[in-house]
Ligand binder design. Structure first.
Ligand code: SAM
Length: 327
């Protein structure tokens, strides 16, 4: 049985949210059948990380969500007979509870919720060394998460990673939503279609009517919250600079990952992500507005050359960063 954080009484909506994201990663929720984009995107990250993982290693998965990256990592290590201790870290209760539900039977997995309340009741992010209780990791992975960290917080996070690794330890990440000069013209950033859906729905009549009924400051706050779901991507230089300043070496690689039309619709209809259409009422009203909009956006991407009839091409970046070994 896993150790660490356990979710307390989730409501129905939270359970549905975790289940829905899990099913966006695995056909019918079946752990043996990852959807193409999840399998392909995390596959290269594992190719980079696994050579650094030996029997008995302490590994951290920073931004574990519903467990998608951890499940794929453990599958490969189990097949090779490598046993590790894996610490999962995430702030989103609905998704992280699903990870616990999927991996909670394993003795080698530990859960750390990365938010807590300070003395004034404000929600704050916990420091990695506190979550590791002073232990140092051999490898930290972070899959499809760095683009969600505010640019202003990356320097501090890079220092936390450096301070939580053993000498010679590595940090490996991937993201489909970071800009770079490496992206070919026939590929998009991972979240480009969903940012376009957000823009399409911005002036939707029913949505605007609902916003108009709210107090002005509430409407402004609600719109800001929606804009934070798929933030405008920053560039790779920001990540590399933060990691270089923290003492890491850097090797960057990239690949194109195909994202099918069906997977794109399933992804953006995950309740937490479908909030880009808020305050449209959850349920059929919200889903059909999104479905219609994503169909239109994908047709525009086909015209622009970043999508084909079956889906769109997303450009993923991968970083392999080491803390030089002490002499
Ligand atoms: C797209 S999911 C990726 C989950 C998992 N790694 C995978 O490959 O399936 C990104 C995760 O990052 C988490 N996240 C968002 N903001 C974060 C932050 N500021 N610090 C740490 N994690 C964050 C989210 O809660 C979410 O679970």
């Amino acid at each position: 049985m896993a150790s660490g954080w356990v979710a307390e009484e989730l409501d129905e909506a939270q359970v549905a949210d975790g289940e829905s994201y899990h099913r966006a990663l695995y056909h019918d929720g079946d752990l043996r059948r990852p959807v193409g984009w999840h399998r392909d995107s995390v596959g290269h990250l594992l190719d980079l990380a696994i050579p650094h993982i030996t029997d008995g290693a302490l590994v951290v998965d920073y931004g574990s969500g519903t467990g998608g990256s951890a499940i794929e990592l453990l599958r490969v290590l189990d097949e090779r007979g490598i046993s590790i201790e894996l610490i999962l870290v995430d702030p989103l209760i609905s998704w992280f509870a699903k990870a616990r539900n999927l991996l909670g039977h394993r003795d080698d997995v530990h859960f750390e919720l990365s938010i807590s309340q300070d003395e004034s009741g404000k929600t704050v992010f916990r420091e990695l060394d506190e979550m590791l209780a002073g232990r140092k990791a051999d490898v930290i992975i972070s899959s499809s998460t760095l683009h969600l960290i505010p640019e202003s917080a990356l320097g501090d996070l890079a220092n936390q990673f450096a301070g939580s690794l053993v000498s010679g330890g590595v940090f490996v990440w991937d993201s489909g939503d970071v800009e770079s000069g490496m992206r070919p013209p026939d590929a998009a950033c991972l979240h480009d279609p969903y940012r376009s859906v957000r823009e399409n729905l911005r002036d939707d009549e029913s949505r605007q009517a609902m916003l108009a009924e709210m107090r002005e400051e509430d409407a402004v706050r609600a719109e800001r919250r929606v804009d934070r779901i798929f933030p405008v991507p920053f560039t790779i230089d920001v990540i590399v600079e933060a990691l270089t300043n923290a003492g890491f070496t850097s090797e960057i690689s990239s690949q194109i990952v195909n994202f099918s039309n069906d997977d794109a619709a399933r992804f953006i209809l995950v309740p937490r992500l479908a909030e880009i259409a808020a305050p449209l009422i959850e349920g059929e009203e919200r889903s059909s507005a999104i479905r219609e909009s994503v169909g239109y956006v994908l047709s525009q991407m086909r015209e622009a050359g970043t999508a084909s009839d079956i889906g769109y091409r997303s450009h993923w970046l991968y970083g392999l960063h080491a803390i030089p070994r002490l002499k």
